[in-house]
Design a protein around this ligand. Structure first.
Ligand SMILES: Cc1ncc(COP(=O)(O)O)c(C=O)c1O
Length: 389
């Protein structure tokens, strides 16, 4: 049985499922694309509209909501709020991060795992225009990227290593701490894009090893698009000076000065322009729901569901693309299909929502899924066994 959060009484599974109306008619296993909408998150979005209606510009409340988002991210990451930038996307944060790196000298390499999300790869390659060289770390045939591949790629010329915590494409989970050790041995920084992990896997930045951790609210944090975060290890928030910036990154946003560039002393220097107000309300509500249930309990619950799925897939003789070592998978399992789009459509007709990438089906579980969801998916796959590799 799932652990109960003693202060809120909430557990993953049936106790929170009623919060999510979609489960009245659908098996939703697509949190890797977007988390399901809860009553709480809908109410928060409506609160934004009601306040606008009632009071016009709620400027001070917006600033407060931005800080609530910062505190919410910090709480989930076990971080200090001053070390967290509130961004509108991973892209915005990572672009600002690389803008702070000198890539013109000997240390001009950005090493990226082949599992990175497109935005990270594209931002890395954009730095070629500023003198950077990009090195890709390729997986083995089984989809794993062993530590040795990173060791071969990282050296004294490396400025930044990018290793996503969980691959959006294959579900493979990197050993961030071990890669961080390698990275630090060569004096480089490690960026862990944790979008596919945060909310479903415990991420404690005090022990994770990464120098920079980013992610956003669309998936396992149950919010909407337009809100993301970037945490930086001390003393990076005050040492790195981004040249991609905005007035909310200034040391005093109310100074309204156009005379100079004075970045904030904390990670706020990686914020940008007007906060993403419509996304702050649902984002904060989604994060609070996740925190109320508790990520360790969610992680344990999701593992039980994923293991049930894996056992069923093995019985079907299906080919699982996700690595199977105990620390090599998280909430997302990828299954090889001969026609993934057709299979997604067949399942959608039965009101089972999953998604595809490459030739894989992506099946992902979160706090609201239950064993019955897993069994419904397995039954539907068994009935369409011909579309599995
Ligand atoms: C691993 C990962 N990184 C980043 C993103 C999104 O990046 P951005 O917030 O820049 O749209 C996603 C979303 O799909 C993702 O899965």
């Amino acid at each position: 049985m799932a652990a109960r959060n003693v202060s809120t009484g909430l557990t993953p599974g049936l106790s929170v499922r009623d919060e999510f109306p979609i489960f009245e008619h659908t098996v939703y296993a697509n949190s890797c694309s977007q988390g399901a909408l809860s009553h709480r998150v809908r109410a928060a979005a409506e609160e934004w509209l009601a306040g606008w209606d009632e009071n016009g510009a709620e400027w001070e409340f917006w600033v407060e909501r931005n800080e609530a988002a910062r505190a919410g991210f910090a709480r989930l990451l076990h971080a200090e709020a001053d070390d967290v930038a509130v961004t509108t996307s991973v892209s915005q944060g990572v672009s600002a991060l690389v803008s702070a790196l000198d890539l013109t000298g000997e240390r001009n390499r950005i090493v990226i795992s082949e599992h990175e999300f497109p935005t990270v790869g594209q931002i890395a390659h954009a730095q070629e225009l500023r003198g950077a060289e990009v090195v890709h770390v390729q997986p083995e045939v089984d989809g794993r990227i062993p530590l040795e591949r990173f060791a071969e790629a990282i050296d004294e010329r490396t400025a930044l290593v990018c290793c996503t915590a969980v691959s959006f494409r294959s579900g493979h989970r990197h050993d961030v701490s071990a890669i961080a050790e390698l990275t630090h041995a060569h004096g480089a920084l490690l960026l862990a894009d944790s979008y596919q992990a945060i909310g479903a896997l415990e991420l404690d930045v005090r022990t994770l090893g990464a120098d920079v951790v980013t992610g956003g609210t669309v998936k396992y944090l149950l919010g909407s698009a337009g809100l993301a975060f970037m945490w930086l290890r001390e003393p990076l928030p005050s040492e790195l000076v981004p040249t991609q910036t905005g007035w909310f990154a200034d040391e005093d946003i109310f100074a309204m000065s156009i005379a100079d560039y004075s970045p904030h002393a904390t990670a706020r220097r990686f914020d940008s322009g007007t906060p993403p107000v419509p996304s702050l309300y649902p984002g904060v509500a989604g994060m609070e729901l996740v925190a109320d249930v508790g990520i360790p309990a969610i992680e344990a619950h999701v593992r039980t569901l994923v293991d049930r799925l894996l056992a069923g897939l093995d019985e079907l003789g299906a080919t699982v693309a996700t690595s199977r070592g105990p620390l090599e998978y998280g909430p997302l399992i990828c299954v090889v299909s001969t026609d993934p789009d057709a299979l997604v459509d067949v399942l959608a007709a039965e009101r089972i929502v999953i998604s595809t990438r490459d030739s894989n089906l992506r099946i992902s579980f979160h706090l609201y899924n239950v064993e019955d969801d897993v069994d419904r998916i397995l039954e539907a796959l068994a009935a369409n066994r011909g579309l599995l590799a």
